[in-house]
Design a protein. Sequence first.
Length: 407
Amino acid sequence: MKKSSDFIKYLTEGLNDMMRICIDEFKRIFGDRGVVLIFFVAGLAYPLLYNGLYKNEVVYELPVAVVDLSQSAESREFIKKIDATQEVCIKENCMSLEQARDLFLRHKVRGIVYFPSDYHLKLRNMEQATVSIYNDMSSFLYYKAMTMGVSYAMLDEMKSIQINRYNAAGITGEQQAQIMQAIPASDVVLYNPGSGFSSFLVPVFLILIIHQTLFFGITMLAGTAREESRSHSQIPEHLHGRGIYRVVLGKGLSYFILYFLISAYILVLVPRWFNLPHIGSIWTLFHMIVPFLIATIFFSMSVSVFVKNRETGLISFLFCTLILLFLGGFSWPRASMPDFWKYLSYFFPSTHGIQAYIKINSTGAQLSQIRFEYIWLWIQSGIYLITACLSTLYVVKKEKSPDAIQA
């Protein structure tokens, strides 16, 4: 009975200490204008900024110039088909490539379609004809619109040429259809039918916003404490150097409460406001958010031991964001990544957070279908909880606390 009562007393004391530390950490957060700016202004405004920038997911009616040296019925028919696509609009008909290049350099057009003088002759002689396109690579969307518009027109023109050649050879009707399309094909674009750039890219940024702002805020608080040379900056005075786990859990609880609300705003509300993919279950999403936040919080607390001043976190924040973006595996298949980068990505909670969020919100995956990412996030949570406790203990010992340190 005595052991039981001692345990209850110890547990109650631990919970009370955790709550005090949690409240103290809230005071530190709201007392630091830089951290408030990162947590709330950046956390709430960045999703709106990114969605505003990429609101127009695709480019329509891209202005292009045509250089038609063929001046034939075949080339004019091809040009009409290009102009009929929703991606491209023929703005200028030029007499030479130099004239079109001048318009391109002055940004009057964003691409050039070039028909050589022998285009129609090669078609009539049943030879392979060439049509060249010159893209504006200053923006991926310009390249995409130009390539897709001309490709659609080219495929339709190729079909017309095949029909004319089969008709000339006396092959018509069903026989012609079977030769041209022996195996009927149809394509269905899954999860992003409009091929929108925002639907592809912004969900990844949403996870990174949570990961990086949380990381920067925590490391900023740690750096500020060291700059001010606060004694026992990692251990509140009332604990007298005891209870490392209480400190880590208490501080982690304050970050979790704040960022659970911010994460709900970023990952649930923002996609609905801007009509990003959001076909997944909210409950599945909340199941994913919990271990992701825990892993990110303890990861940030573990790394904060290396932060010596307030600005260090910002430098690492800017340096690592692009790396984490590509390690997330959304633009390059993870199966094709070199083993080194693949294994390195397992250290960061953002990697599995990105993969899980895309599967849930874009493909409607259930919890069982993100089992790998979900389990890994919980494993990271446990590992980084231990490393956060060890790093906090290291800091306290380094500060040469006069009190006996007890875990």
